[in-house]
Design a protein around this ligand. Sequence first.
Ligand code: NAD
Ligand code: UDP
Length: 337
Amino acid sequence: MKILVTGGLGYIGSHFAVCAIQASKEIVIVDSLENSSLKVLDAIESITGTRPVFYQGKVQDRELMTQVFNAHSFDSVVHFAGYKAVGESTKEPLMYYQNNVAGSAVLMDMMKEYGVNKLVFSSSATVYGVPEFVPYTESHRIAPFNVYGHSKAMTEVMMQGLCEAQPDWSAIALRYFNPVGAHESGDLGEDPKGIPNNLMPFITKVAVGELAELGVFGDDYDTVDGTGVRDYLHVMDLAEGHLKALSWLDANKGFKAVNLGTGNGMSVLQMVESFERVNGVKVPYSIKPRRDGDLPAFWADASLAKELFDWQANRTLDDMMRDSWHWQSRHPRGYQS
Ligand code: NAD
Ligand code: UDP
């Protein structure tokens, strides 16, 4: 029952790797190391006692992937590998389509060639675009407004088409909301290169003294306190959702897109306040202009995941705050320390 995990040394993939190994699954990781480090492999090994087989390279590299598929008999694939910076995607659209869409096409082609027909894919709530209603349900119209979102929506369309053409296939696109937090050991976490784009790593880097203050992007939205609202979920809950999705694939055929979120929205200032309260650490901030392309507020209707494969987010906001800080304070410079 081997699982191929692409992007398995990245933030979410590495947490999944730990969950999968602890659930007695055998995994093989392919990762280009473009946004991760070999130190993550050491961390996975120190937490689980198992060092997964690892191949460095890109999923669109057919020569490498042929070698991987020849060496292992896979039951399923969990596909995390991809670029994820929205701003960069707008500047380098072809790079994003090449990596995220063409990469997924090559991966699915390899799976087809080798008779591997179960796929879980990392999609995103970004596919919905400007909300017609919140919480987003899976039947909300798909209308991404940036290249990154299009790359996810296009991959979903490919998956759906393939499942329609190949009745023995089953595939799930998991539409993540905002993953935060870290493994409870404090030795696996989010380690963005340079200045973080996302809120949570920005908060922890201010808390650890690497950055002076948080800029809060806008306080005049129509929300509880004027700041942006998102659905933050613990990365370990998210990782566990993939195991549940894999079980669904074992028993069902066809394509599904499924939200993974808590169902609750939190504002930027609520996040800052809970971080300070839980950890007893101050996070200086100042209000800045709105960030281009930001949506005011969205969160998940997470009922389909519960209904289909009995998943729900169990960890609390306090858990997310505590574990994010545990990781960052134990590793002030991420995997470099
Ligand atoms: P990450 O950058 O930490 O992990 C992605 C990993 O994939 C990295 O280790 C990178 O080196 C590798 N990679 C990138 N392109 C590759 C390729 N073509 N072949 C092989 N390896 C490649 O990102 P993450 O936060 O762990 O996200 C994982 C997936 O989840 C991504 O597809 C991302 O778009 C999606 N996602 C993330 C979020 C989020 O907030 N983190 C939200 C929604 C969806
Ligand atoms: N945000 C902020 N300052 C930052 C980063 C993010 O105020 O330095 C806000 C952002 O405007 C949004 C929320 O935090 O309202 C979540 O942003 P993030 O980039 O983490 O997630 P996304 O917007 O992609 O859902």
